[in-house]
Design a protein around this ligand. Sequence first.
Ligand SMILES: Cc1cc2nc3c(=O)[nH]c(=O)nc-3n(C[C@H](O)[C@H](O)[C@H](O)COP(=O)(O)OP(=O)(O)OC[C@H]3O[C@@H](n4cnc5c(N)ncnc54)[C@H](O)[C@@H]3O)c2cc1C
Length: 815
Amino acid sequence: MADFPSTARVVIIGGGVVGVSSLYHLALKGWTDCVLLEKNELTSGSTWHAAGNVPTFSASWSVMNMQRYSTELYRDLGERVDYPMNYHVTGSLRLAHSRNRMMEFERVCGMGRYQGLDVDMCAVSDLKDRHPFLETHELEGGLFDPCDGDIDPAQLTQALAKGARDLGAKIVRFCPVTEVRRDGDEWVVSTPQGDIRCEKVVNAAGYRAQEVGAMFGRFVPMVSMSHQYLLTDPVPELEAWSNEHGAKLPLLRDVDSSYYLRQEKFGLNLGPYERNCRAHWITADDPMPDDFSFQLYPDDLDRLEWYIEDAMARVPLLGTAGISNVINGPIPYTPDGNPLIGPMPGVPNAYEACVFTFGIAQAGGAGKVMAEWIVDGGTEWDMWSCDPRRFTAYADQDHTNQKGMEVYGHEYAMHFPHHVWPAGRDKRLSTIHDRLKERGAQFGVYGGWERANWFAQPGDDTSDDASHTWERGGPWLQRIREECHAVRDAAGILNLCGFSRYTVTGAGAADWLNGLITGTVPKEGRIGLGYFADEKGRVVTEMSLIRLADEKVLLITAAAAELHDLEWLQRYLPAGSGIVIENRTEDFDCQIFTGPKSRDILAGICDADLGQPWLTIQRTAIAGKTVHLFRVSYAGELGWEIHTNVEDTPAVYDAVWNAGQRHSLKPFGMFALNSLRLEKGYRAWKGDLSTDYTVLEGGLDRFVRWSKDDFVGKQALEIEKQAGSKKRFATLVVEAGPCDAPYMSTIWHGDEKVGETTSGGWGHRIDKSIALGMVRTDLAAEGTALDVEIFGDRRPAIVQADQPLYDPDNLRLRI
Ligand SMILES: Cc1cc2nc3c(=O)[nH]c(=O)nc-3n(C[C@H](O)[C@H](O)[C@H](O)COP(=O)(O)OP(=O)(O)OC[C@H]3O[C@@H](n4cnc5c(N)ncnc54)[C@H](O)[C@@H]3O)c2cc1C
């Protein structure tokens, strides 16, 4: 083909709204030598038939950021690119059937206002003023979002396409990508029209993303759910109301009943997320067709019967109208319902922008994020919630199918802090899982690994229902308290299976790592914390560094960070350096063993020199098995991490357990650990530690070795140090009431918003509610009185000294 490009900087595979938005945003950043290839016509995937709802509401800070950005972009996109389109900003009402739901709304309102959105709570008596055709039975109130609305998805895509083309980017339609291959540092993307050589490739293939991912040797965890909405004939009352008011009704979401209902022209559009949902293309007798462009699944209204009846009772007008059309199309789901946006795991210079369940609402923000990944190597907002690397090997097809169905059927569900979703479990088990279970472990999932959250006693209510609360209190509270006190007074053991770990070996390994972390690699035989910053000085990750030998360093990091941190290391590894990084995550297990009696217990079962100080490591044997003892404690007491070969773990665990019985050793869980670490001010990854903050803002100055020649982020941090940080990490003690501060609760100083919490919880050793967060630097001084907004309630809080609340001099760690 004469004008078919043979080279490009970036090739985007897929011309749905997300691929086209990515192209537009690349072009906006000056990357115009980019080509989008679409198998059929633009929008022919899921985009053409989407209902076009554009909410900003999300309980996730980063997803809300994306959706907010989308609404801002769409507002004047038509004018900016000279492509008029239908975007109705009607506002929306979200209905609450319970006090818990109102609390969820309060929290999201707080986050929304912090992001500059004008969201507001509604009493039941206000609801009819907002929506005249609504019945208010069984309601507690609602939330009004004035920025919500609906857009024509095809027009939106075409507007973005026009914007991209006008800036110089190319779109080739009816051009399926059939193969990709690596040639040196380039990708070669094959199509029936010819090959394109390029630097970078983006998989934006929507519900075909798994098929395209396979071309890269990548398994994309996704399942296509069937989602239906029905359209009604025009309703005369609605037409009359609309004409009289010159407006459309606000979009309605009855989230507890699980549907949206909005005006479409003078009729209605009802879209349920039904519990008895259906996944497609997951069995051999239901294969995905080679081409499904502009196609739909057959109608299946029986599944929606309950929802239709419920909606007719909520808005009786619906019952007066006949159904004119049913749309039943594929919506792709990942195991957690968030899309994949970011680097393609394990594949160089390849990215994913796919598996969107709310792609119309998120495309604007996703395009911005994708362009930042490609052009800048990182994003303005921390986007871990959508990072493809959050799913590791556990997210196989079976897990994905189970979770996809669960998330779809609970699309609007509340995510309570002590609740654990049941589907797709037991994918990664420790070899002592059954022992923990026998002792009453209530498991949670961490990077696919099942870890005990807390240990129930006979008679405790461990039902799913009991965990449907935002409050601290529940059947777990007394148990968590006992576990924390056992750690304080005697000893506790926690199976931290799935700690991600890599060995870095070879001449120059330590020097190389020194160039990556802000501090220094510890001496041989010692362990230390290393903070990895990006070029902007922002916190990428935190890892424990254990110097096993002169040129051998073991790095240990969060279970969820397995692929993320590995890729960060690989990204900076110079070719031909001879340094080798090995992922040893699956080979070892770890027990956190801590408390004042831990030394006495270990003394009875090993010959280790237990007088060796804090932050030392040694090898010894327990029950005839080699173990490594690291003298550290995330709980803030005397203690060791006991690292074992996976197969040796049961014998070692039993030996410690049996020896501990006469010292009142107790098992403890992740909920207790969270309480214990908050009291020590230890930061948690992707809550307190994220690329939303720099190392200096994070109060990690003591981990920065300024005298080093260089390290990633040094220049940016030096500039910040001179200018002064705008925000500063602070520990607050909060008069919290029944709920502790959730992530991203607004911090107030009088009527000014001055910061946000990054984590919160109850400290059972100090008997106080603790919030860690970021506040304006001038307000970070000890004793400053602030308020933390917890579920809409402003609770008094005091900034604490910049030291741990519990055992500030670390005396208990060092004894
Ligand atoms: C009934 C229904 C209602 C919905 N309502 C809403 C809503 O109100 N709001 C909302 O935000 N979302 C809604 N969605 C979801 C929304 O439709 C999707 O999230 C969105 O369209 C995804 O866009 P995309 O660009 O990622 O994928 P798609 O639109 O599916 O685009 C992917 C493109 O990739 C192309 N492609 C695939 N393989 C290849 C290949 N090998 N080579 C080249 N091209 C290829 C396909 O042809 C396709 O055009 C709804 C979905 C359904 C089913």
